[in-house]
Design a protein around this ligand. Structure first.
Ligand code: AMP
Length: 650
């Protein structure tokens, strides 16, 4: 189906072309022809990320008259952020029309908005509270309203706007069309549909409360006291994270964000204690990727409309299961993949089951990564960063004699060790005494049998195998079968020579028999997977005996794995407080003099991934999107934390 076939005006089609929309999404395909009709009451059960804004926005713009000065369309949504986003989308779609869109929302000067309305508005996009205020002040003429759109109706009702919505719907003309969009269908939303609509078309994209299938839901069982330490490990293990951490209260939000920021992560809080201006600033910084991790309450994050969030971390579960749908729906938008990670304590297993039932989805039991795994990830990033660094031959040439003289007494191996150690020691120092954070659930009777369980015991590296790091992962569309095919096609081996495969978000690992390691290294390196050039490296070779382990998923059995990273029990508790800035991590003022792109703790940025398309110039101090970059992955700033991954605060 094409947009042309849906019956939209040529001006609207032209703007869609400009925006690069090639084909309608399922909700658009179903909604638009109906909404273009004369009697078009409508209920759309669709989550954010499905294209629902265009599903109502395009027919709305199509239907209202050009040059209308009295509003014909009214879009009501729960938050200021969503309000601004919808208005912006509508303006984009209205590029070739003579339709004016005015956004009205709380927390800002009402007089300016009144002036904007007076100047003439075809469509008003509003939050319920401010809209009521304007109606009471008689600043809005609603007699010509033909279309009322209720976007995220369930959220508006959750937020206590029931009376306002009823009042608005009562005030608007009887023969208007009502278009209602909601991610879930609680009884109150159904009541609105019943009261204010006649024979509405109902369209459901997915099950009523079903989660987006592009989201992996993973839960981790930890002791209450280990929640914060576990979150840090999840971040360290996903250095490319562009994520939202949800907390239940403002205090917790503030405290988690503050602790993360103090430890050098690029994290900031978003909650109701902040002024509107502060919230705007934080949102903008997050949207612009100047902040890597936003720590938010449910209410504050409502309406946060960002397409490329890679992870949602639930610091704890929300009280209301429906809020989990909203939280997890902040990732995996617009067809992308995402992960929703949940930390539960040993008594909360039942809650996971309840969410699984309600959302008709399955959670995977994850293991909080342990020291070796995190160090391995960080080290491989660092090495990739170094090997893929652009060497500015001309500029560096004049320093080379001095540099060579300084290193004269060291062998190549020693030089490499020294360079890597300048970064790597920090991870080791922090993690070498860190214990296993995984706890057993008290009702964990079925844990071991759950399909898809990420078990560290499965994860032991077999003897006689070599472990490889692969530069692409889930995000690049890789799956275990795809990786197996890639390796076998390139190396002429068969799958029995390949062992465990772990596909991570941005990288992967696999084991292969030692005897084939050289062949694999030579043949698979440089191969292409769906347009991505693949590079692989050996992370470690095993000649005999077990005991090695993968970098994919840590084990849960608490066994230590020998060597430097050994630890467990009580010692882990102390160390999870993290290294102190003053004695372990470099001080901020020391960092300024370091050359950008050198051996900084740069190992964590997405663009450090060994991808060729990704080596453009960087903005110092930001992880801004670069024009022409293949995707929207965050760019790095300098980091203050000792693990090299998250982006430093500015
Ligand atoms: P929404 O569910 O309205 O928040 O939309 C999610 C994202 O998908 C937004 O960034 C839209 O610009 C984008 N989008 C909506 N419809 C289409 C389409 N037909 N083709 C491509 N992108 C779309």
């Amino acid at each position: 189906m094409t947009f042309e076939e849906l019956g939209l005006k040529s001006e609207v089609l032209k703007s869609l072309k400009d925006m690069g929309f090639e084909a309608p999404t399922p909700i658009q395909e179903k909604a638009i022809p109906h909404l273009l009709g004369a009697h078009s009451d409508f209920v759309g059960l669709a989550q954010t990320g499905t294209g629902k804004t265009a599903a109502f926005g395009l027919p709305l713009l199509n239907n209202v008259e050009n040059h209308a000065k009295i509003p014909q369309g009214l879009v009501i949504c729960p938050t200021r952020e969503l309000c601004l986003q919808i208005a912006k989308d509508l303006e984009n779609y209205a590029k070739y029309l003579k339709v004016s869109v005015v956004a009205v929302y709380g927390g800002t000067d009402i007089r300016k908005q009144m002036t904007d309305i007076k100047r003439g508005a075809s469509i008003i996009v509003a939050t319920p509270g401010r809209l009521m205020d304007l109606i009471k002040r008689k600043a809005l003429v609603l007699s010509e309203i033909e279309y009322v759109v209720l976007d995220e109706a369930d959220e508006m009702l959750n937020m206590g706007f029931k009376e306002d919505i009823d009042a608005i719907l009562e005030t608007t003309p009887e023969d208007k069309n009502v278009w209602l969009f909601s991610a879930t269908m609680p009884a109150e939303v159904a009541r609105i549909a019943k009261t204010y609509m006649t024979d509405p078309l109902e369209v459901s994209i997915g099950h009523k409360n079903q989660s987006n299938e592009n989201i992996d839901h993973i839960y981790y069982v930890v002791k209450e006291k280990d929640r914060y330490a576990a979150v840090k490990r999840l971040i360290d293990f996903n250095p490319d994270i562009y994520g939202l951490i949800f907390c239940r209260t403002r205090q917790e939000t503030g405290s988690v964000a503050e602790k993360l920021a103090k430890e050098g992560y690029s994290a900031e809080p978003l909650h109701g204690d902040l002024s509107q201006a502060q919230r705007d600033r934080v949102m903008d910084r997050f949207r612009n990727k100047d902040i890597q991790i936003l720590v938010a309450t449910d209410v504050a994050a409502r309406g946060l409309d960002i397409d490329n969030i890679t992870h949602v971390i639930n610091y704890n579960l929300p009280d209301d299961i429906e809020n989990y749908t909203h939280r997890s729906g902040r990732t995996a938008r617009a067809g992308r993949k995402g992960e929703s990670l949940v930390l539960i304590n040993t008594r909360e297993n039942g809650k996971i089951k309840a969410i699984e039932r309600q959302m008709r989805t399955t959670f995977t039991l994850g293991s909080v990564p342990n020291a070796e795994e995190i160090c391995e990830i960080q080290l491989m990033k660092l090495i990739n960063k170094v090997t893929k660094a652009d060497v500015r031959e001309k500029e560096i040439e004049k320093f080379m004699p001095t540099i060579m003289a300084e290193f004269e007494s060291l062998s190549k191996e020693e030089v490499i060790k020294h360079f890597v150690s300048t970064e790597f020691n920090r991870f080791i120092e922090y993690y070498e005494r860190a214990g296993d954070l995984n706890a057993s659930a008290s009702r964990g009777d079925d844990r071991d049998d759950r399909p898809g369980r990420r078990d560290r015991r499965d994860n032991e590296q077999e003897s006689g195998k070599t472990r490889f790091f692969v530069s692409i992962g889930k995000r690049d569309g890789l799956n275990p079968g795809g990786l197996l095919r890639l390796i076998c096609d390139a190396s002429n081996l068969n799958s029995s020579n390949i062992g465990r495969i772990d596909i991570m978000t941005s990288y992967s690992f696999f084991d292969a028999d030692n005897e084939y390691a050289d062949n694999i290294l030579k043949t698979v390196n440089g191969a292409e997977y769906e347009g991505h050039q693949v590079s692989i490296e050996i992370t470690k070779a095993k000649s005999s005996g077990g005991g090695g382990r993968s970098g994919g998923a840590p084990r849960r059995d608490g066994r230590s794995f020998g060597g430097k990273f050994q630890g467990g029990g009580d010692r882990g508790r102390r160390d999870d407080r993290g290294p102190r800035r003053d004695d372990r991590s470099p001080r901020r003022d020391d960092r300024g003099s370091r050359p950008e792109g050198g051996f900084r703790r740069d190992s964590g940025s997405r663009d450090d991934r060994p991808r060729r398309d990704d080596r453009g110039p960087r903005t110092e101090g930001g992880f801004k999107r670069e024009g022409g970059s293949k995707d929207d992955r965050p760019r790095r700033t300098s980091t203050g934390n000792p693990f090299g991954n998250p982006f430093g605060k500015k």
